[in-house]
Write a protein that binds this ligand. Structure first.
Ligand SMILES: Cc1ncc(COP(=O)(O)O)c(C=O)c1O
Length: 419
């Protein structure tokens, strides 16, 4: 292992036969303590010292210095996390309700704010009802585990988020994966599930590649097999579609979505998750969805902020327009540098580096020292031959910040790739 330490990854240490159940595998300890591996891990859990705005400050794990950085890594796509009206709503919320809901929703954790916000979200997504969760991950777990049963089929795009995969495992349903956005492959899986209760999971925007679901084709094949669709719009709600309702709106296919999931931690700038669907299944979910009925309800002041965030983001298209202007400008600059941006069609823009983890982490340290907060993404989160940086464009970025970021990307990444 010492000789080829860099050829190992987190994909290799899930099996654990250490006799002490509270000890990791011995090889894992050896691996993670190797200086080259621990250097790559130093990019994790770096501390932000101010709000996740376009310009922020971090305490770097690389050289333990405080550093002002242009932030290309947070999911605060519309800047709502620190929007003045949102902050004011949170302050008023915390004064009135305190910090915690102090109870699970069915017993003592439901406040007027939760009911109001769930109604607003259901109306926004044009569904009959909505259930709120304290996290996006919990929402996907809870909805899938609450809807599917042992003899059902859960058919997922292979690039679906871990929360959907884990929700499927919890449900006990038979799980089948289809090749990413490949309609033929989906058809083959649906053929296997023929005649069974089947739910197909897709994402509006895929979070590592920034490409869109091929929804029109997927709807067509699902309808022919009587399969229902669950769309995760974590990275598309408030951004796609004429009214910001997401990729389903963008394609004019909202009515065909059986379930519309969203997270509140990305464009909404808060934390939590929500699931919109028909009123009967939402009522059923409230009885059988563990992350809902066995967990504390979302913090009321956060919900107060989220209500305001939804109002701000939907009262006009200003924030969305700014975001797409930035995406267009940023993308053009990057393409002019001849960088490989994969198939991005959204505010998530990967810069694909290739198979060398060493190159990726060397560049990552350098861009950070030059003033960019741009995190590397390594295997197994992405394929081993397509390690990358992943830019999350925000409406808050100014032209100057984008230009400055592109100068650093050119010097470090574009030139580094030519070496
Ligand atoms: C596609 C997708 N779904 C669900 C989640 C979970 O959301 P949260 O981070 O709000 O728990 C994420 C988070 O990154 C995601 O990318």
């Amino acid at each position: 292992m010492e000789d080829d330490i860099l050829s190992y990854s987190l994909a290799d240490f899930q099996y654990n036969d250490n006799p002490d159940v509270l000890a990791p595998p011995e090889d894992f300890e050896k691996w993670i303590n190797n200086p080259r591996i621990s250097a790559s891990f130093s990019f994790f859990e770096q501390q932000l010292l101010t709000a996740p705005k376009a310009s922020t400050e971090i305490l770097s794990n690389i050289d333990h210095k405080k550093r002002k950085v242009i932030n290309l890594t947070s999911y605060n796509y519309l800047g709502l996390s620190s929007h003045p009206e949102v902050i004011q709503a949170v302050i008023e919320g915390v004064k009135k309700y305190g910090l915690s809901a102090s109870g699970a929703p069915l017993l003592s954790g439901t406040y007027d704010l939760h009911v109001k916000f769930a109604r607003m979200l259901a109306d926004f997504k044009q569904k009959e009802d909505c259930i709120l969760y304290s996290s996006g991950l919990g929402g996907n777990y809870g909805a899938i585990q609450g809807i599917l049963r042992k003899n059902d089929y859960f058919v997922l795009d292979e690039k679906c988020h871990k929360s959907l995969v884990d929700g499927g495992l919890l449900s006990g349903a038979r799980m089948l994966f289809f090749e990413h956005n490949n309609i033929r492959s989906l058809g083959m899986m649906l053929e296997k599930a023929k005649g069974k209760r089947t739910l197909v999971a897709v994402e509006g925007v895929y979070s590592m590649d920034g490409d869109l679901v091929k929804l029109p084709e997927i709807v067509k094949v699902c309808e022919s097999y009587n399969a229902r669709i669950y769309i995760d719009e974590a990275h598309s709600t408030l951004m796609f579609g004429e009214n910001g309702r997401g990729v389903a709106e963008h394609f004019g296919l909202e009515e065909k979505m059986g379930v519309s999931f969203g997270t509140l931690s990305k464009s909404f700038g808060g934390v939590g998750g929500f699931v919109c669907s028909n009123a009967k299944i939402i009522r059923y979910l409230k009885c059988y969805s563990s992350p809902f009925n066995f967990s504390c309800a979302p913090s009321p002041p956060v919900v107060a902020g989220l209500i305001k965030a939804l109002e701000v983001a939907t009262r006009d298209s200003n924030l969305r327009d700014k975001l797409w202007k930035n995406v267009k400008y940023f993308k053009k600059q990057l393409l002019d540098l001849n960088l490989d941006l994969g198939g991005t069609e959204s505010q998530v823009i990967p810069i694909i580096i290739g198979p060398s983890g060493e190159k990726l982490f060397k560049m990552a340290a350098e861009v950070q020292k030059r003033g960019l907060f741009l995190q590397p993404v390594d295997f197994p989160a992405v394929p081993a031959n397509a390690r990358r940086f992943r830019i999350s464009v925000s409406s808050q970025l100014t032209r100057e910040e984008i230009d400055q970021a592109c100068n650093i990307i050119e010097d470090v990444i574009a030139k580094g790739l030519k070496k």
